[in-house]
Ligand binder design. Structure first.
Ligand SMILES: [Zn+2]
Length: 325
């Protein structure tokens, strides 16, 4: 076994009835770590582990929805030690950038330890590294590794480039997020990820097939980043010619003509047919390392036609990935 992650709670601010705010249990063969300990976590945690068997706690930051149950967990450690069920004090790891670290030490029953971005942490056979987030109070994302498996927990943050480093190559990225729209209009909206990717040199080359609404600004951007936007006379073979390994595919369903995919938000006649998109996918002969299929709008779909087409693309891209790992 590498390790197993159990979500104990995920609510922000406060938990709903019979729920818990942030708390995640990581269990490997011989070590169990609780990441964050929000309101309601202590009660629900006991569905998965006896409290005296918990080896350590790691905290991303000290907002109540991530630490509210720490005090009662310390009492549990006290009772377990007094009754002889637990031998050693419970280690609790948190940052030392304000006074809260002191509160993690409770008599001889729990011991606070500082974490920072420079110092890797070893807990049993699990390796931890920390990244600095952007949050109203200091907060850290964390990367947990064991046997070539990587789990990354983002905790609370705005977007920061630090996330790229801490999350690189993760097998599982746990990213708590909200649907508030106060971030609309910023540089990181859904409309501009490729500009950021190209600016930061995160991709060598960008090919956008099926574009039929490019405005002057987009044409300028395409030129600036040396993008390839093949026109509709180009064959599938030419679209994929010269692709380099590794390849990431982002498939917007509105690349299809509305006749083939009515379940999208933006209707732009003159798009590709389902067959043309499949032909392009099938001619890819480099390793596909990731893909997304976006723009599906179920409220405009007719008889699930677009959903079925999207599922077909998932299947076809998936089989290409399996066949050329
Ligand atoms: Zn917070």
């Amino acid at each position: 076994m590498t390790f197993k992650i159990t979500t104990i709670g995920w609510w922000g601010a406060y938990p709903d009835a019979n729920e818990a705010s942030s708390g995640y249990l990581i269990k490997s063969e011989d070590y169990s770590v609780l990441i964050d300990c929000g309101s309601g976590v202590l009660s629900r945690l006991q569905n998965y582990i006896a409290l005296q068997d918990l080896d350590a706690v790691v905290l991303s930051h000290y907002h109540w929805d991530h630490v509210a149950d720490i005090g009662c967990l310390q009492y549990a450690a006290r009772i377990a030690m007094d009754l002889g069920r637990r031998e050693n004090p419970l280690p609790i790891y948190g940052h030392a950038e304000d006074d809260n670290l002191k509160g993690l030490t409770y008599l001889q029953y729990s011991q606070g330890h500082a974490i920072d971005t420079r110092t890797p942490l070893r807990l049993g056979n699990l390796s931890f590294r920390f990244g600095r987030n952007v949050h109203p109070d200091p907060c850290f994302s964390m990367r947990v590794e064991k046997s070539n498996r990587t789990f990354v927990y983002i905790a609370d943050t705005e977007y920061t480039d630090n996330l790229i480093e801490i999350a690189r190559g993760a097998d599982l990225l746990l990213c708590e997020s909200s649907l508030y729209d106060e971030y609309q209009g910023n540089r990181y909206s859904h409309a501009c990820p490729f500009a950021r990717i190209m600016e930061d040199n995160l991709a060598v080359r960008l090919i956008q097939a099926g574009i039929r609404t490019a405005n002057t600004h987009q044409r300028e951007q395409a030129e600036k980043f040396g993008m390839n936007i093949p026109d509709f006379s180009v064959s599938p073979d030419e679209v994929v010619s010269g692709l380099e390994d590794p390849l990431y595919i982002s498939l917007d369903l509105d690349v299809l003509d509305p006749a083939f995919a009515p379940g999208v938000s933006h209707y732009e006649p003159g798009g590709l047919s389902t067959r043309q998109v499949l032909d392009i996918i099938h001619r890819i002969d480099v390793r596909i390392v990731g893909a997304d299929i976006v723009e599906y709008n179920p409220s405009r779909d007719i008889n699930g036609l677009t959903a079925m087409t999207a599922a077909k693309f998932v299947k076809e891209i998936g089989s290409m990935m399996i066949n050329n790992p």
